[in-house]
Design a protein around this ligand. Structure first.
Ligand code: NAD
Length: 476
C-alpha cells in the first residue's frame, strides 16, 4: 500500500499541496486513527481537467474495449480483496469476514454485472431516417458515503466507465484507505491516465466538484440533507444530479406469516452492518393482535446479539462510525422514550463494559406510532421501531406514509398476497419474503430517498444522454 493521503490525478499519485487535514477516529476506541488530506480547489480543478483530457479519447472507445477494462478491473480487484477487506473492517468497525464476504464481494459482483449489462445494451437506435445515439455525458463527479463504501464507489465508477465517461471520485472522508486502494486497483487494471481520478476531503471538496464547470454530471450517494445541498449547488450550472439518499424502510409482516422467523430476520437485517444500511428495514409492521408476541421475539433476539470490537473477536454488532453518528442515535433513542414508545430492548448509553468507542445498545421500541421521530427519521444505528397494523390495507398506508421511499419488505405465506402488497409500496425496491440479492436489479428511491438508479443497465443509463442524428439514413 502507498503512503496514505495521496491524490490520484491524471494516472499519477500526487502529494497534496494543502496542509488541511480531517482527523478521523477508530470507531471501536474513539482514539485518533488517521488524518485525511483535504484537496485544494486547484487540485479538484486539475483532476477535472485530467478527466476532460481522458474523456476526449475514451468517448470513442468501443463497447468491447470498455467492457474489457471492466473485466481487468474485476481481476485486479479480486487480487486485492484481502487488502480491501482489511481497510473496510478497520475503517467502518466491521468484522473481517463480513467486510470480505459482503462489503468487498458486493463490490466485485457489481463490476462484473456492469460489464455484462454493458455488453447486452444497445447504444445505437434508428427512428425513420434518424440515427439515435446514447452517448456518454462526459466528466462525472462521484461523491460517496462511508457505510457501504466500496459498493458505493463501484456502483458509480463501473457504470460511468461502461457509459464511456471519465470520472473524478470524492469518496467519504471516513474511508480513506479503501478509496486509495481502489484507485491503485484502477491503475493496476490499466485504465487510461485521467479516466479515474481521486480527490480526498469532505464537504468543501465535494462542493468544489459539484460547482466545477468542467463536470457534466454528478452522482451523489449520502444523506438527504447533503443531497439537497448538492442539488441546489448543481442547479447553478444545470448539471444533472443522480441522488441516492437516506431511507426509513418498512417491513410488513402479514397475519399468515411465520411471525417468529420474520421478526428475527428483520432484527438481523436492521442491525446488519452495525445498523448502518440505507435500505435497512427500520420500521417493522406486525399484526396488532400479535404485537406482544413480536416484541418478545425481538427482545429475545437482541439478548442473543454480542456487541463489541470486531477486531477483538467475532461479534454481531460493532460500533457506529463516529461521535456525530453516536450522538444522533442517542438523541433519537431518547426521543423515542420521551414520545411514549415502549423500550423492549436496549436504550440510551453504551452497552456494559464498552466505555470507549461508539457502541450502541441494540434497541427495539414497541407501541410506536408513525408520527414519532423514531418512525420518521433515519436513525442509522441498531434501532428498530415496531408498529402495529390492522390488516393489509392499513399496513400499506403506514408503510407509504413516510418522507422517504427507498425500500420495502413484505413477508407472507401466500406469494400472491405478498406480490399484491409489494405492487403498492411507493419505494424503489421491494423485498418479497427476504429474497436473495439480485445485483442487476435497479436500486434507488423516491421522494427524499432521491431519484437516481444504480446497478445493472439502469446504473449505466445515469451516465448517458441521447443525440438524434436526423437525415442519417436518408438516401442521396
Ligand atoms: P453525508 O451526506 O454526510 O456524506 C456523503 C458524502 O458527501 C461524503 O463524501 C461527504 O464528504 C460529502 N459531502 C458532505 N457535504 C457535502 C457538500 N455540501 N457538498 C458536496 N459533498 C458533500 O452522508 P454519510 O454520512 O457519508 O452517509 C450516510 C448516508 O448515506 C445515510 O443517510 C444513508 O442512508 C445514505 N446512503 C444512501 C444510499 C443509497 O443508495 N440510497 C447508500 C448508502 C448510504
Amino acid at each position: 500500500m502507498r503512503p496514505p493521503n495521496q491524490l490520484y490525478i491524471g494516472g499519477r499519485w500526487v502529494e497534496p499541496s494543502g496542509t488541511e487535514r480531517i482527523a478521523i477516529a477508530d470507531p471501536a476506541t474513539g482514539t485518533p486513527a488517521a488524518t485525511v488530506a483535504v484537496a485544494t480547489d486547484a487540485e479538484v480543478a486539475a483532476a477535472v481537467m485530467a478527466a476532460r483530457a481522458a474523456f476526449s479519447d475514451f468517448r470513442s472507445a468501443s463497447v468491447e474495449d470498455r467492457a474489457a477494462l471492466l473485466d481487468r478491473l474485476t481481476a485486479a480487484y479480486d487480487e486485492r480483496a484481502d487488502d480491501l477487506a482489511g481497510a473496510v473492517a478497520a475503517e467502518i468497525g466491521l468484522g473481517r469476514p463480513f467486510a470480505l464476504d459482503y462489503q468487498v464481494e458486493t463490490g466485485r459482483i457489481h463490476i462484473e454485472e456492469t460489464a455484462k449489462a454493458l455488453r447486452a445494451r444497445r447504444f445505437d437506435h434508428r427512428v425513420g431516417q434518424a440515427a439515435v445515439r446514447d452517448r456518454p455525458l462526459g466528466v462525472a463527479g462521484l461523491i460517496t458515503p462511508w457505510n457501504w463504501p466500496l459498493t458505493q464507489i463501484v456502483l458509480k465508477v463501473a457504470p460511468a466507465i461502461a457509459a464511456g465517461c471519465a470520472v473524478v471520485l470524492k469518496p467519504s472522508e471516513f474511508g480513506p484507505d479503501q478509496a486509495q486502494l481502489f484507485a491503485e486497483i484502477v491503475h493496476e487494471a490499466g485504465a487510461p491516465p485521467g479516466l479515474v481520478n481521486l480527490v480526498t476531503g469532505g464537504a468543501t471538496v465535494g462542493s468544489a466538484l459539484v460547482a466545477h464547470d468542467g463536470v457534466d454530471v454528478i452522482s451523489f450517494t449520502g444523506s438527504t440533507a447533503t443531497g439537497i445541498a448538492v442539488s441546489k449547488l448543481a442547479a447553478d450550472t444545470l448539471k444533472p444530479v443522480a441522488l441516492e439518499l437516506g431511507g426509513k424502510s418498512a417491513a410488513i409482516v402479514l397475519d399468515d406469516a411465520d411471525l417468529g422467523r420474520a421478526v428475527a430476520d428483520t432484527v438481523d437485517l436492521c442491525f446488519s452492518n452495525n445498523g448502518q444500511s440505507c435500505d435497512a428495514p427500520t420500521r417493522l409492521l406486525v399484526p396488532a393482535e400479535r404485537e406482544a408476541e413480536a416484541l418478545a421475539v425481538a427482545a429475545a433476539r437482541c439478548a442473543e446479539l454480542a456487541v463489541g470490537d470486531p477486531a477483538q473477536g467475532p461479534v454481531d454488532i460493532g460500533p457506529v462510525i463516529n461521535e456525530r453518528q453516536f450522538d444522533r442515535v442517542q438523541r433519537l433513542i431518547r426521543e423515542g422514550i420521551d414520545e411514549g414508545a415502549t423500550l423492549v430492548a436496549g436504550g440510551p448509553g453504551r452497552p456494559d463494559g464498552l466505555d470507549g468507542g461508539y457502541f450502541v445498545r441494540p434497541t427495539v421500541f414497541g407501541d410506536v406510532t408513525n408520527d414519532m421521530a423514531i418512525a420518521r427519521e433515519e436513525v442509522f444505528g441498531p434501532v428498530l421501531a415496531v408498529l402495529a397494523h390492522h390488516g393489509e390495507g392499513h399496513a400499506i398506508e403506514v408503510a407509504n406514509d413516510s418522507d422517504y421511499g427507498l425500500a420495502g419488505y413484505v413477508v407472507s405465506a401466500d406469494a400472491d398476497r405478498a406480490r399484491r402488497v409489494a405492487e403498492r409500496l411507493d419505494v424503489g425496491q421491494v423485498h418479497i419474503n427476504f429474497p436473495d440479492f439480485e445485483p442487476s436489479a435497479p436500486f434507488g428511491g423516491h421522494r427524499r430517498s432521491g431519484h437516481g438508479r444504480e446497478a445493472g443497465v439502469w446504473g449505466i443509463d445515469e451516465f448517458l444522454h441521447t443525440t438524434a442524428l436526423l437525415g442519417y439514413h436518408k438516401k442521396g
